[in-house]
Design a protein around this ligand. Structure first.
Ligand code: SF4
Length: 392
């Protein structure tokens, strides 16, 4: 049997981990490191630096995708909300998340807020924390508030882990995640410049796997992937360059990402697994580390539908700014069905895009959507329209 290429080896590794609903990689890591504990976190953004500084393994919980049969999860939720909380509860009820000693629920939307309460009912032995992320823009007050929240979280996780969070452990964790952020920025840059070299399904799988394994394992594989990509110029493909907006929480099925790109679009920017890129740039390592982390979020969080903007024109301009930065030809608004933050923002974002004469289409998905024909036709027609008539 021939050995897979270095790039294929990384993609195979990532696919295996990203699609594993039993979190075998995380469990194996804990088994190899007796005494180490894991903390899960829901989308979109959780301060993983604090988890690492407490000596715990951060584990992203992004639902069950299209491979999990929902048996118990439906009993907890009405039919007219998104799919993610059902599959998360299904994962929990089936024991697949029983290796987590803590679970963090960021203030993404009411569904995640309610999920934190449900979790406390079904798993009372697990530490649950609702992360009340500051809203309302950059201010000293917001930074001070968030720093205090981070301090409480650090104290709690330190107690659970049996290892107090210190200034040094925080600085080490911030430096480690600065390296991750820098690698991910580079991956996104290479895809933006040469999208035929970095298929979005591969980038997605790599990032998704990276949220389940120790950071060092991700860094090693991401560097190997980048080196393999740089060594291979690939075959230039002239597709329509698109920004995919709105899939920042419940992830689309991987088949949907593949379908969009095989239908003639190159995704050159997106919201997938946005927590990885939520802080724009490095977090400073000098001074008070909690304060630096708090100010980085308050001052430099990437604008998205889970964050309030006081200026109503800001959201109308946002798509034009993203399209310009990505040198995109058009926008695909793709959000989970019943996703409040995405769908409430969409009219404003779309109006702004249309006012700027940016071609756009919109559709909704669920993490377990299995039929892609409709998306293939929509994305294919969109790509053709952009290539033939500039999207008119
Ligand atoms: S998909 Fe949307 S509505 Fe559902 S939990 Fe995520 S942000 Fe909330």
């Amino acid at each position: 049997m021939t050995e897979p290429s270095p790039r294929a080896a990384v993609v195979d590794w990532a696919a295996q981990i990203a699609e594993d609903l039993d979190f075998a990689a995380a469990r194996a890591h804990l088994a190899e490191n007796p005494g180490r504990k894991a903390a899960g976190y829901l989308p979109v953004y959780a301060p993983r630096e604090i988890v690492r500084a407490a000596g715990m393994l951060p584990v992203g919980v992004h639902g069950g995708g299209d491979r999990l049969e929902i048996i118990r999860g439906d009993a907890f939720y009405q039919s007219y909300i998104c799919h993610l909380p059902r599959s998360v509860i299904e994962l929990a009820q089936s024991g697949r998340l029983d290796f987590l000693s803590a679970v963090l629920f960021p203030a993404t939307c009411d569904v995640i807020r309610n999920l934190s309460g449900t979790w406390q009912l079904v798993s009372p032995e697990v530490y649950v924390r609702y992360l009340d992320l500051p809203q309302g823009g950059a201010s000293e007050l917001a930074a001070e508030f968030w720093k205090e929240e981070l301090g409480v979280l650090a104290a709690d996780l330190g107690r659970i882990a049996g290892r107090a969070v210190t200034g040094d452990s925080l600085r080490e964790a911030i430096a480690a995640y600065n390296a991750v952020r820098s690698l991910i920025r580079e991956l996104y840059r290479v895809r933006r410049e040469t999208p035929w070299r970095v298929p979005s399904e591969e980038l997605y799988l790599l990032l998704r796997a990276g949220e389940t394994v120790p950071l060092e394992a991700f860094v090693e594989r991401a560097r190997a992937y980048l080196a393999a990509v740089e060594a291979d110029a690939g075959r230039v493909r002239d597709k329509a360059r698109v920004v995919v907006v709105g899939a920042f929480c419940e992830p689309p099925p991987i088949g949907l990402i593949k379908t969009v790109e095989r239908a003639g679009c190159s995704i050159v920017d997106d919201d997938f697994l946005l927590g990885n890129r939520m802080i724009d740039g490095d977090v400073p390592l000098d001074g008070d580390p909690l304060g630096a982390l708090a100010r980085a979020f308050v001052g430099r969080a990437v604008r998205n539908s889970t964050l309030y903007e006081a200026d109503p024109e800001g959201k109308r301009r946002l798509i034009g700014e993203r399209v310009a930065a990505a040198r995109a030809d058009g926008v695909i608004f793709a959000s989970a069905s019943f996703c409040d933050p995405a769908l409430l923002d969409r009219p404003m974002l779309r109006a702004g895009a249309e006012a700027a004469c940016i071609p756009c289409i919109a559709f909704q998905f669920a993490e377990n959507t299995g039929q892609f024909q409709q998306f293939r036709e929509q994305a294919g027609t969109f790509a053709d329209a952009i290539k033939l008539w500039g999207g008119e």
